[in-house]
Design a protein around this ligand. Sequence first.
Ligand code: ADP
Ligand code: MG
Ligand code: ZN
Length: 492
Amino acid sequence: MAHDYTTVIGLEIHVQLKTLSKMFCRCSNSGEDAPPNTTICPICVGHPGTLPVLNSAAVEYGIRTSLALHCEVPEVSKFDRKNYFYPDLPKGYQISQYDQPIGIGGYVDISPSRRIRIRRLHLEEDAAKLIHSNEKDISLVDFNRSSTPLMEIVTEPDLRSSAEAGVFLHELRLLVRHLDVSSADMEKGHLRCDANVSLEFDDHGIRVQTPISEIKNLNSFRSVERALGYESKRLYEEWMSGGDIKKRNYKITVGWNDAKGVTILQRWKEEAHDYRYFPEPDLPPTHTSQSTIDDARARLPELPQQKRLRFMEEYGLNASDVMIICEDNASAAFFEHAASELDEWIKSLSSSDAELSAKTYRLLASWYINKFSGLQADRITPENFGQLIALIAKNTINSTTAQELLQIMAHTGGDPAQIIKEQNLEQVSDTNILDTLCDAVIEKNPEPCENYRKGKTNAIMFLVGQVMKEMSGKAQPNIVREILEKKLSDKA
Ligand code: ADP
Ligand code: MG
Ligand code: ZN
């Protein structure tokens, strides 16, 4: 069904920081792998009268991420209490940042032409984890997660489709992994997302902007896209059928039922929370000096988008190839390493030129994406992979042999030149040998030759195949074809 509306989406994303200790105490921050309620102390469990001490690594990670998102990092930020009652929050409040967050107003470019603005980045602590047991009709609470450091990143409503929201989230995950501030596994809840969606469209000549639905706690890329797709369609249908949506002017909060593929109303304005934020009295404001910011900026790694642009420029790759190659740090590093191996080979040639390099890099990219990625390739080093590509580029081996070789390399981890010698895989380009063979094949197959001469040019492929078979694949099919074509037209 074609939708005649614009989907407007803004995300609020929680990212768990991989600091060693928790946000305000010295407890280990790897409690998810420990038995329940073992990485806790009176501070993170929320005993009255305990005092929080701010984890400086969490602040550093927040600053690093803010800078990578092109946010301004103000000189002073502060923490506030967000008050609410819930069994996973025994303090009765969460320490968060309200009006003076650590990062303000940045952006992420999800493609050269799409910029998604970031409204803010703030730090806060996570709550404990409730485990509901249906069988025994009880709920359990594990405080290990209590007071784990989080960043919340809030976008402006700049996203225009559920697919685009997915792209943005992938980009953000890549970024925080790049920055080494979070492992960002959605399955483990290290990256969770609330998605706000509203629609804009023309209803009989009147520009309509629907109220917003906020979908809470989405924890997989798939559920983000499905939930947004479902909710935007639901909003439209509710509007068109003259539902309550036309009368209300406030946002609703919904949950996502992944099994049923539907959203469920959780609360609306009448019961919206009033958190009564006020400045956290037990923590002084956080001061960030200009030199701290300058330092952090200088130590930023190359960001994913910069890396892609550089790969396009340096290696002459296209946008979709660099998206795949720069999908994660390890993959991009592998490619670069293999490319530097090729550089050495290209430089060693007397006739090295820019066109040859570009062609070779494209060959590398195409083999990397199409042939290498599908393999169990832990044993193949980037040096060896680069050498393999050089062998193809030099015509030492043809692509069939190269694929065979790649399989052997994946099993043995060996060096391609060595394997070629051992297994006698080197391609035969000795024209005398090929000449004799082609003559023999022509002799033995008068019918296809006749067909070829009559204009059935495809018939030549059979003859090429025969020669290749005799050579056990160790010849260049296009060279064989040339020889055959020449012989057949000479004798015509
Ligand atoms: P609140 O103050 O209720 O938290 P905000 O205006 O601060 O609401 O926005 C919270 C989130 O809602 C942000 O991610 C923002 O991008 C998103 N948002 C704001 N306006 C819209 C809209 N018209 N449609 C969809 N999302 C929106
Ligand atoms: Mg919010
Ligand atoms: Zn603790």
